[in-house]
Write a protein that binds this ligand. Structure first.
Ligand code: NAI
Length: 328
């Protein structure tokens, strides 16, 4: 079976090529272009395509893919809020993903952001390079003894909870499902988590019910001087309201690996140019905000796991085997 990869970067190609020998039944074809209704129409002789979190897997794209004979969409990522699953099912296209390929990769990036904004490492780095050894404005707080609030305690949230516990923090969580592995963590209602936490980290998926869950009202319930981290999805935070909160000096620091405007834009041009979008560039203007370019997943171990599971998914489809990674 031939699989056409969209939005292939060098690191994707290296990672998939390093294991493709284990899958002689699969032929991999890498395209740099991002998936869209237009680029979908260029697919020939591929029963499967491989897409990413930034790809346009809308009804229109799926319709075109269906016309081109595609029967399988392999998402080489965990999130799938960019996929119209209903349309895929209608067109008889199976969608598979890579759930939980390396929760630690994302959780470690989340704590890196938290530590960097807390101790102002981004400012310190630039200062010292300019031969300025002043400590003015670099004061942070100890995480030890403080309260970490984890919103969404699935695989990544659980990894983040364990890291925070290792720092000697009190860890509280909010989720409808209580993770039995986290016996050290106390589950509380969202309002209580917002009111008690010194560090809040978002780890729930983007759904209708979670869209803009961080807004003026919920920000108002947070402690003054809180640190807010989002490595989950940009749409969880209403950016305008976050900017208002930052202006109000609500936050000691904000660390964002994801932001509302990224979908299909920043990624597409990641290697060509750095695109500044209006609200993201406004966020970047605040000295206590660090933004990274959706790199939480980007560790060696995670890339290996993504490659392996994606090609295992293709094999499960070929052999008509049921898999827990199917989305429809
Ligand atoms: P998961 O499915 O293991 O856990 C998500 C948890 O969120 C579940 O326990 C679920 O019950 C909970 N949840 C759902 N609605 C909620 C709500 N309204 N309030 C509180 N909790 C709620 O997912 P996993 O693997 O932990 O991933 C979490 C998110 O991380 C993904 O949805 C994705 O958006 C993001 N992600 C980001 C990456 C990055 O590179 N920055 C890479 C991979 C995932």
């Amino acid at each position: 079976m031939r699989i056409t990869f969209f939005a292939s970067k060098k690191y994707d190609i290296d990672s998939f090529n390093s294991i493709k020998g284990q899958y002689p039944e699969l032929e991999l074809e890498y395209w740099e272009t991002e998936l869209s209704p237009k680029t979908a129409s260029y697919v020939t002789d591929s029963e499967a395509i491989c897409a990413f979190v930034s790809s346009d897997v809308s009804r229109e794209t799926l319709r075109v893919l269906h016309d081109r004979g595609v029967k399988l969409v392999l998402m080489r990522c965990a999130g799938f809020n960019n996929v119209d699953l209903e349309a895929a099912t209608e067109y008889g296209i199976k969608v598979m993903r890579v759930p939980g390929y390396s929760p630690e990769a994302v959780a470690e990036h989340a704590i890196a952001l938290a530590m960097a904004v807390n101790r102002h490492l981004h400012k310190a780095y630039i200062r010292v390079r300019e031969n300025n050894f002043s400590l003015q404005g670099l004061e942070g707080m100890n995480f030890y003894g403080k309260t970490a609030g984890i919103i969404g305690t699935g695989k990544i949230g659980a990894a983040m909870a364990r890291i925070c516990r290792g720092f000697g923090m009190k860890v509280i969580g909010y989720d409808m499902y209580h993770n039995p592995d986290l016996d050290f963590m106390e589950y509380v209602e969202l309002d209580e988590l917002l009111a008690k936490s010194d560090l809040i980290s978002l780890h729930c998926p983007l759904l209708d019910s979670t869209h803009h869950m961080i807004n003026l009202e919920t920000i108002g319930k947070m402690k003054d001087g809180v640190i807010l981290i989002n490595t989950s999805r940009g749409g969880l935070i209403k950016t305008e309201d976050l900017i208002a909160g930052i202006r109000d000096h609500k936050f000691a620091g904000v660390g964002l690996d994801v932001y509302e405007e990224e979908a299909g834009n920043v990624f597409e041009n990641r290697e060509d140019e750095i695109l500044m979008h209006s609200t993201t560039s406004r966020l970047l203007s605040f000295p206590n905000v660090i933004v990274t370019s959706h790199q939480g997943f980007f560790s060696r171990e995670a890339l290996e796991a993504i490659g392996q599971t994606t090609l295992d998914n293709a094999m499960a489809f070929l052999k008509n085997e049921k898999s827990s990674t199917e989305l429809n």
